[in-house]
Write a protein that binds this ligand. Structure first.
Ligand SMILES: Cc1ncc(COP(=O)(O)O)c(C=O)c1O
Length: 396
């Protein structure tokens, strides 16, 4: 046996060796350095509702949440999450045993995967996937098995046969995301029903990331997977105040799940952050009780922004996949005579003063994602108009 000196041994453990700096950090730094308009990272450039911000200020001043909040989250927020799931989807969860507050959806994803996976378990995830999925599966010692969403008539579609074929005897869970980042696909009722049947038939757990649940446009509809027959007992559902109320820096997320699943996720979560975001939890509790008019206005505002950016990108010469949900547009750069999204995104700030992200980073099969590039539209209209104007110079 050869002994390895500590200096020869890489510092980063091998499970994380393939994960460098996230693309968002790299591209946001590029935006700052070049002064380009940042349509790369998905954060709004205006804060959420004033009354919610005020609620956080009140909590801070009144001394609510300035010390460690309870591990599962403050009772007010757990009750508000349960109330939201009930009002919106008719799903009833007990705030004491079936709701867990987390440090953003990011911690919820990490805690769920660390809690539910054993080394060697396979996780079937829709590709392209949000980048923390791959890292968290790796940290848990799991193996990711991607099922690729493929372009079809202007949207990215799931092939249910491929999904069925991806499940093996080693599959422990399905990791879903609808509405889907980065493609903007919203899984339909029929697709979700088929996924639910598969999960029941193969006795799989499901972790479903529904952080964009309030951002669905036109006739698209968000239906929680947990509402399908046989799913409530096997599904961990994840939400986020960052995405729903435009306070991404507050890092307030939540999990709803049946008691046994929730207890498992909470066991992992308590050794990650233990607790986070004390005063913000009270503010988000108030936010979740906002009238329907808030959610409708938010959706309409984002839909108008989607329309503006999608039309502008098409005029600028991109192939455009019009999203049914989320605040991202995936484009195809081949009509511009380009094929490598990485090179394109690295040169775009210099060429056009705009930052975007290459979808390839969201793929196991990087070549599948090579010609696709994602733009975020959660920005003020004048910013989007300026970005579109700049991008039109590409094909001029
Ligand atoms: C699909 C998806 N899940 C989770 C997150 C992270 O959410 P949070 O900021 O609440 O941790 C994001 C953020 O971009 C996302 O796009």
């Amino acid at each position: 046996m050869t002994s390895m000196s500590s200096s020869a041994r890489p510092l980063l453990n091998r499970r994380l060796a393939e994960f460098g700096t996230t693309i968002f950090a790299e591209m946001s730094a590029l935006a700052v350095r070049t002064g380009a308009i940042n349509l790369g990272q998905g954060f709004p450039d205006t804060d959420g509702p004033e009354e919610v911000r005020e609620a956080a200020v009140r909590a801070l001043r009144d001394g609510r949440g300035n010390q460690y909040p309870p591990g599962p989250g403050v009772p007010e927020l757990r009750a508000a999450v349960a109330g939201h799931q009930q009002r919106r989807y008719g799903l009833s969860y007990d705030p004491d045993t079936e709701v867990l507050v987390t440090a953003g959806a990011t911690e919820a994803i990490a805690a769920a995967l660390l809690a539910l996976l054993e080394p060697g378990d396979e996780v079937v995830a829709l590709e392209p996937y949000y980048d923390s999925y791959a890292a968290c599966i790796a940290m848990a010692g799991g193996t990711r098995v991607p099922v690729t969403l493929r372009p079809h008539e202007g949207t990215f579609r799931l092939d249910l046969d491929e999904l069925r074929d991806a499940v093996t005897d080693r599959t422990r869970l399905l990791l879903l995301n609808t509405p889907h980042n980065p493609t903007g696909t919203v899984l339909t009722r029929d697709e979700l029903a088929a996924i639910a049947e598969l999960a029941v038939e193969r006795d799989l757990l499901v972790v479903t990331d529904e952080v964009y649940e309030h951002l669905v446009f036109g006739t698209a509809e968000h239906i929680p997977l947990a509402s399908f027959p046989g799913m409530r007992e096997r599904t961990v559902t994840i939400g986020s105040a960052g995405k729903t109320f435009s306070f991404t820096g507050w890092k307030v997320g939540w999990v709803t799940a049946a008691p046994a699943l929730l207890t498992a996720v909470r066991s992992a979560k308590q050794y990650l952050t233990y607790v986070a975001s004390g005063p913000f939890q009270y503010a988000v509790a108030e936010a979740l009780a906002l009238p329907e008019s808030y959610f409708a206005a938010y959706r309409q505002d984002m839909e108008a922004k989607r329309d503006l950016l999608a039309a502008g990108l098409a005029e600028a010469g991109f192939g455009v996949y019009r999203p049914a949900g989320t605040y991202f547009v995936t484009t195809d750069i081949r009509p511009l005579g380009e094929r490598d999204g990485f090179a394109f995104c690295r040169s775009l700030p210099e060429r056009a003063g705009v930052v975007a992200v290459p979808n390839a980073v969201f793929y196991n099969h990087r070549e599948e994602g090579a010609p696709f590039v994602r733009f975020a539209f959660c920005k003020r209209l004048p910013v989007l108009e300026e970005a579109v104007g700049r991008l039109k110079t590409l094909s001029a």
